[in-house]
Design a protein around this ligand. Structure first.
Ligand code: ATP
Length: 337
């Protein structure tokens, strides 16, 4: 995430994808268009419908477009989600997965004062294709921890904390059991921490962290961890702050950045104009911050907060009866010019 505006005009790759992906994308772009920023949107296909139509779920043109754009907004992919997103992450070397955990009013969070970021390493750990195989006894998976990738993600977490006025970074591992691999993670964590003397550094075991997230989530600012632990803790974080319609995410890499809601294509409600577009909008806000458009990001987020506080135009998942676009119009009307 940047501290200052990076350009005067941005090319954004827009991949609405399947199901409600299209609807929440339309809603988010409707609000983005009302901000005083020059965006060139270039639309591209990916996902189930794309597979049906073109014989591939992720055409090379879509990958090239994402590579050549300042950022990508991604809606949702159905059955092909894993192939599409995993491939984009690999091709673009998107090493950081960011999942903010924040409680908003009228959304049923377990606590009202949660606001932290989970920074997950996305390229190694236990989730690398080809590192799992059958053996005579059963199956085996290798967990890879490299100095380069872990230093990069830990440094990203500290930099994020510094640029976003967060006071503390918590490194999460299991070094008491995984003495070599997570021992190395812990060692690198404190090496990197020493380069950021103004930011408090602490480390916890992953099992303790899973409990603290429930008992004292307000004590976290930024959590940084390896691939599998980050995957699990991110979903625990989502459970702390209400439904799927509210959780955004970012994938950041050396060759590109992609912003997407955590939810999928929700075929059960697709095409009915009743999906909650807030997760997509919050993903667009993460993109604005990545581009250094912090003022616009704050304006957009404040408008969403106002709509949630007023609670007059909420979608069904939040107990209201508004349509996707009614909620979007309400957000737009609450922007400050
Ligand atoms: P996919 O196969 O694409 O993963 P899914 O239905 O298995 O789709 P999600 O799309 O994540 O998984 O949705 C799970 C449920 O959560 C859906 O049935 C839907 O009712 C609800 N849901 C998800 N996103 C939203 C949203 N933005 N607004 C309202 N409800 C949502």
């Amino acid at each position: 995430m940047n501290t200052s505006k990076t350009k005067d005009r941005y090319q954004i790759a827009v991949v609405p994808g399947d199901g409600i992906g299209k609807e929440v994308m339309e809603a988010a772009i409707y609000v983005l268009d009302a901000l005083d920023i020059e965006f060139d949107y270039v639309y591209a296909e990916a996902g189930d419908e794309c597979l049906e139509k073109n014989g591939t779920a992720l055409p090379s043109e879509t990958l090239d477009l994402i590579r050549n754009s300042d950022a990508c907004l991604f809606g949702a992919a159905g059955e092909t989600a894993a192939d599409v997103i995993v491939k984009i992450r690999q091709e673009m070397r998107m090493f950081a997965n960011l999942r903010p955990v924040k409680s908003y009013p009228n959304t049923n969070p377990l606590y009202d004062n949660i606001d932290f970021m989970i920074v997950r390493e996305n390229t190694e750990g236990l989730y690398i294709a080809g590192e799992e195989s059958y053996t005579d006894e059963g199956a085996v998976a290798r967990r890879i921890i490299t100095r380069e990738a872990e230093e990069r993600i830990i440094d990203y977490a500290f930099k994020y904390a510094k640029e976003n006025n967060k006071n503390k970074v918590t490194g999460v591992h299991k070094a008491n059991v995984l003495k070599k691999s997570d021992g190395l993670f812990k060692e690198i964590f404190y090496e990197v921490a020493s380069r950021y003397p103004d930011i408090e550094a602490e480390d916890f075991y992953v099992d303790a962290t899973a409990m603290y997230l429930i008992t004292q989530p307000e004590n976290f600012d930024v959590i940084v961890t390896t691939n599998l632990f980050g995957d699990i803790l991110s979903d625990e974080g989502a459970g702390l702050v209400g439904g799927l319609g509210l959780i955004p995410s970012a994938n950041i890499g050396e060759d590109g950045a992609l912003f997407e809601p955590v939810h999928g294509s929700a075929p059960d409600i697709a095409g009915q104009n009743k999906a909650n577009p807030i997760a997509m909008m919050l993903s667009a806000i993460m993109m604005l911050r990545y581009l250094g458009e912090n003022e616009a990001a704050e304006n957009f987020e404040a408008a969403i907060l106002k709509v949630l506080n007023d609670a007059n135009k909420l979608t069904g998942d939040l107990g209201g009866s508004a349509t996707t676009m009614e909620l979007a119009r309400e957000v737009k009307n609450n922007l400050k010019n």
